[in-house]
Ligand binder design. Sequence first.
Ligand code: AMP
Length: 398
Amino acid sequence: MKNIDQYNLKDKRVIVRVDFNVPLNEKFEITDDTRIRAAIPTVKKILSAGGSVILMSHLGRPKDGPTDKYSLRHLLNDLEGKLGMKVQFANDCIGEEATEKAAALKPGEVLLLENLRFYKEEEKGDENFAKKLALLADVYVNDAFGTAHRAHASTAIIARFFPGASLFGYLMQDEVSSLEKVTKNPDRPLTAVLGGAKVSGKIEIINNLLDKVDNLIIGGGMMFTFIKAMGGQVGNSLVEDDLLETAKAAINKAKTLGVNLYIPTDTVIADSFSNEANQQTVAANSIPDGWMGLDIGHETIMTFTEVILNSRTILWNGPMGVFEFVNFAQGTRDIALAIVKATSSGTFSLVGGGDSVAAVNKYDLADKVSYVSTGGGAMLEYIEGKELPGVKAIQEGI
Ligand code: AMP
């Protein structure tokens, strides 16, 4: 992988695609700056190597061109604080002002361009628009893993204009190498822990992972579609009847490939979808009518924990139950703790995709797993086995 450490950036103008798509409140204050923080090491490295930096990003989903609500100007103060320096701003990402300001940049200086999505050409992957951006710089760096699954002008197409000079930023490099560690030649046993609400969003993930893993653990709401497919009684639990055949096919595929498929044997059930509901633990395939499974049970936690502790590589996506309700969060918390324990004895653990990231953050465990992915959609597409255009563009440009 060609990254910013492997290129002489001295006196180069470097255009960096970052993911500054941060949430803002009505006063335009940033409510979660994770994505800006994640890009800082790359920017600092380019500056210390003697280059100048032109930052480009999207923010929100502007429909009709420039709108103050989606202006990247709102991020300027925060960015200046984090970099400890003045950052210049161009009111348009292409055109005269951007061209002049980019041309005047001296080594060590930073210019932030206005929102790329003020142009429809960005999402269309328009080559001419990509070329206009490319003309601002000598080197292209992609550090926006969150949009790596999109073939937009600034995330993929632009690399064509930088033959031999398209590079991964540190965030992108870390994300891709963590995913490769899991999917290409992992230390075995390799275990995937899948949870979350539904099977429907995860069919391709399940199918692709079955070809790779030694153990597949299923928890969360999606377990009930599997249990019903095996003839179990799931009461009022979340179930997708149209996917029973799909679940059966996955169970058969696991058998054929010799993958150990772990489906919960007990579940904590509730008489309503509420934290205050009455609860009891029952066999996962004998849930009485009127009750629904909202967490995995103690016996299941013990089984899953043992599998996790015997794994050398772990991928975790999706909570084991409705962890937003404290009374049904134990399964998710205990599985997170098991992954942490495995990690402390040398297992590589990657957590990614929406709610499992929320869970490790909630239990303050993010720094106790090997890697927490920042790119929900991009990471899920990668584990579905899809090629990410943002990654491919750089790999092919080398
Ligand atoms: P996903 O976005 O598919 O990863 O789903 C995450 C959501 O699944 C969380 O909001 C959980 O509350 C929910 N979830 C997990 N287990 C269950 C369950 N047994 N019944 C209903 N929802 C669940």
